[in-house]
Design a protein around this ligand. Structure first.
Ligand code: AMP
Ligand code: MG
Length: 410
């Protein structure tokens, strides 16, 4: 049964993963430490935005009607720097010098920028805007949002924009997802830490460091590296048991295929992790194993080839972690872009192909990276993401639009 070609598509596999993943708990933290975390409670405005009719320019607050028939001299009766308020009313024939960010006073209904003004001394100014209409250069009170508007919905990562929204409504403590705990275990008798000098038949661990960098690029995740385990059931059992404790998601790389030393699936099930699927109709990454321990962590067994590990991280670990973190859109982000040149695929699987973005006659195009197999991971250096070629076709023409998943920014 194992030797038959797997039929589970990437999309169906992803559906199973997202259904198995539930958002983890919430904590309340100060705004100053909330950057990069996932918001879990909507932020609502506590007053209109902007809170007053705000001048958008340095210039003169005027009555637009005064300038209806062209340039004119007016008396300057006051000055309003930002952070102050002038309690008077602008009368016909008068104006008020005003700065960007200051409240437009009563009576005035437009601002003439300082560039369209010529000072005449002794409290007089000549205003000569090209044309003037009511409301020019005035940002009206409440026009961006009334009190109680949702400034940021739950499920967003608090980047600079969302932090600005939180700060401007005075949200100094925020309900965010506690950091999602992820653990990585690398396996393989041939795998040695990068700092050790390898025997000719040994391989330096690329996956442990690669997955740590991947996890570190997600500020809402707390990663833990459990080291390298040999291909022996008892040793694997000990390490995996440790990995299952105090973890929301465990990734084991290597040993999930059908080789004689691929013990990971059997060890996982012997520790009470229920298999949800094993093997998918995609390359690289075909031997992917996914399961969950009841009331425990999600567990991924990822094939050991580093390219398979990158693909699994992008296509499956990222959305699983995103769902655990309560992200509204757990990703990966999909763009649809044209191929730079014809492209052939040799197998009836979906292909997730390491790809670079290039510029061709002013358009962004996809250049799949040539490599000789999923073991050729140096070919991935400097790449931008994965292009996804559907299972049911083999030939793709230049200019054809293909789905592309950019790597998350590191
Ligand atoms: P496996 O999935 O264990 O059958 O491994 C597939 C291939 O990937 C083998 O050639 C391994 O030597 C290689 N490999 C496995 N784990 C790693 C790793 N952590 N770093 C680099 N190569 C690996
Ligand atoms: Mg192995």
């Amino acid at each position: 049964m194992r030797s038959r070609s797997p039929t589970l598509s990437r999309k169906k596999a992803l559906g199973k993963i997202l259904r198995a993943a539930k958002a983890v708990g919430v904590e309340e933290i100060p705004l100053s430490r909330a950057g990069g975390r996932v918001l879990r409670k909507a932020l609502k405005t506590d007053r209109p935005l902007p809170p007053f009719h705000r001048s958008v320019m340095d210039g003169y607050a005027v009555r637009a009607a005064d300038l209806a028939s062209g340039p004119r001299e007016l008396s300057v009766v006051a000055e309003i720097p930002a952070g102050t308020v002038w309690d008077g009313t602008v009368r016909p024939g008068c104006c008020v010098a005003i700065m960007t960010g200051a409240p437009v006073p009563r009576g005035a209904d437009a601002v003439v920028p300082v560039e369209d003004a010529t000072g005449l001394g002794s409290g007089r100014v000549r205003l000569h805007p090209e044309n003037i209409r009511k409301g020019a250069f005035v940002h009206p009170r409440g026009s961006d949002g009334r009190t109680g508007k949702t400034a940021c919905a739950p499920g967003f990562v608090l980047g600079p924009e969302e932090t600005a929204a939180a700060a401007s409504i005075g949200a100094t403590r925020l309900k965010v997802t506690r950091r999602v705990r992820a653990a990585i275990l690398t396996t393989g008798r041939e795998i040695v830490p990068p700092g050790r000098s390898p025997e000719p038949w040994e391989i330096r661990d690329a996956n442990g460091p690669a997955l740590r960098t991947f996890l570190n690029s997600l500020p809402w995740v707390k990663g833990r590296f459990l080291g390298i385990a040999p291909d022996r059931p008892e040793a694997l059992r000990r390490r995996i048991r440790r990995g299952l404790a105090e973890t929301d998601l465990l990734v084991v790389t290597g040993g999930v295929s059908v080789g004689r030393y691929d013990f990971v699936p059997a060890v996982l099930t012997s520790l009470g992790v229920r298999r949800i699927f094993h093997r998918i109709r995609m390359r690289p990454g075909k031997p992917l194993w996914f399961g969950r321990r009841p009331r425990g962590p999600l567990v991924f067994g990822v094939p050991g080839n580093p390219v398979s590990a990158f693909v699994a991280a992008q296509e499956f670990l990222l959305p699983a972690l995103g769902r655990l973190a309560g992200l509204a859109d757990p990703g990966p982000r999909a763009l649809f872009l044209p191929l730079a040149a014809d492209w052939e695929k040799s197998h009836p699987f979906e292909e997730a192909r390491i790809t670079r973005l290039a510029s061709l006659s002013g358009r962004t195009v996809l250049r799949p990276v040539p490599y000789r197999g999923s073991g050729d991971f140096l070919a991935a250096v400097g790449s931008d993401g994965l292009a996804l070629f559907p299972a049911d076709r083999k030939h793709f023409g230049a200019g054809e639009i293909v789905e592309f998943h950019p790597w998350p920014a590191v």
